[in-house]
Design a protein around this ligand. Sequence first.
Ligand code: ADP
Ligand code: MG
Length: 589
Amino acid sequence: MSRSHLRLAAVVAVLCLGVAPFVLSPFSITLMNYIGIYSLVAIGLALLTGVGGIVSFGQAAFVGVAAYATAWVSTLNGYSPWLGLLFGVALTCTVAAILGLATLRLQGHFLSLSTVAWGLAIGFLFGNIEGLGRFNGISSIPPISLGSYALVTSAQIYFLIWGIVAAVLLLGYNLLDSRIGRAMRALRGGNILVESLGINAFQIKLVTFVIAAFLASLSGWLYAHMSRFVSPGPFDAGMGIEYLMMTMVGGAGSLLGGVVGAAVVTLLKNSVQDYLPLIAKGASGQLEIVAFSALFILFLQWARQGIVPFAARFLPKLQHEWPKQAPPLPRRPQPTPGELLLKVDCVERRFGGLIAVNNVSFDVRSGEILGVIGPNGAGKSTMFNCLTGALRVNKGEIVFSGRPITRDAQSRIAKAGIARTFQHVKLRPRMTLLENVMLGTYARTRSGLFAGAFRLNGQEEASARHEALKQLERVGLGEKPFEHAGNLPLGNQRILEIARALAADPALLVLDEPAAGLRRQEKLRLAELLRSLRSDHLTILIVEHDMEFVMSLVDRIVVLDFGSKLCEGAPAAIRSDERVQEAYLGGVA
Ligand code: ADP
Ligand code: MG
């Protein structure tokens, strides 16, 4: 399937939506309107939960803030609903930003629990503020007007609702395929990788959170002016869970899944309400919830990934276009060969009582390859994590390119020109090879949220794609750039990490055990790649457990043992050093 097929499918979908109100009954149109309104919240949640990995139970509260805000502006104060929109969106996004600032540093379950807490708290507020009608709510809300044309009937507001849904989908998919969108997609799976690419993870989380709240606020505005009445019920914690359910049913990582999930849940709820009384006479509303929960549990058992990703497996794969020739991304000023690039001075790092790195010092000069070797547990990875900012040092100083970086955030150090790979490979398995490597270009590019959503980033995006393909070719993975990274064998995953690091145009490349777990053939290929990088005058710091592997590659070697530096020197001298043989080979050699 090519992009033109995709466009055709979108046009057909828009046409179907366009004629729907002329053929459907008024009741069905109302149902469609609700689906559209819920879709907006679910799309935001798909972005927040499915893409960004932040599970929120509190979206209904954001819908409520905007609905009450516009009701207050338009009904109680008599201004235009359009002013209500502005106020509702501004208020919701402000509340979300404040909540996000306060909670988004929490990890995992704690973050989700906090969404439950503020979801309940805000829902509770609506029913208890005198000026907002308490549990009676606010009624007689005016309809939205376009000039003198009031959107009163369900068929009239239909076009506004679905027009907004279509626009949100279009902009959302554009965004996901842009620089900021890729950063959002990388959030899932931990901050360490994201930060090591020069991305401020907290900032990206906050942006994602506010976007989701923004979509909820659009939904709340439409809801208030369609139903012409607001009360606390539709914005309570139960509804917050229902929105999450819609997102999961549709497929958490998929924006279109938000729409499908909203449709399925709404229609299902509707038919459960229709048929349940036939089965159990006189059944109360409680039974509805039981039936619905049972259906949801079945869903979790059988189709956990959600409808859209499931259906997508049966569709022909989307054909990607190969990156075209594009002007190269700007390069950073390269250090002069031989100058002092990195100075590690008496660094110490403890874990409780354990001193993992003990008073270690060494220098790296521009253009050289320095190997750090030592037995397992010697403190090599800890050392690397300290100098890339992934771990704080307890003592000592690290200077890079003449600037102290000891206390800098990881993303700042990455921007300064240190790119790294990880001992335990950190890729985004569901992104393509090309996209994984494009993540590396983040700090070299600048287009923001709006440029991404409105596709004003064409030039830079083309350059970034071209750069990523160039690096893939450089490491020998240029043949299948649209393959998912998760499908690669381990050896190639390690090589892909190197391509990603190279895409950052680093002044210093830091590799943590790139040969670990590789087969002989793969090791040979890796050695060849590293030699080619060396002939490109790249400065490389490499940790390796396998002494033979580094011996032929590096200019100098630093040996660590039990956290301390044992010795330092040329490979030949290290090989014949008795202390090294003792430590490294346990005296066997
Ligand atoms: P290497 O990479 O040389 O194999 P590491 O730097 O991974 O060694 O580990 C050095 C020592 O620090 C080991 O004893 C390890 O158990 C300990 N260590 C590493 N990371 C942590 C951590 N996050 N918490 C506690 N101890 C750790
Ligand atoms: Mg290690």
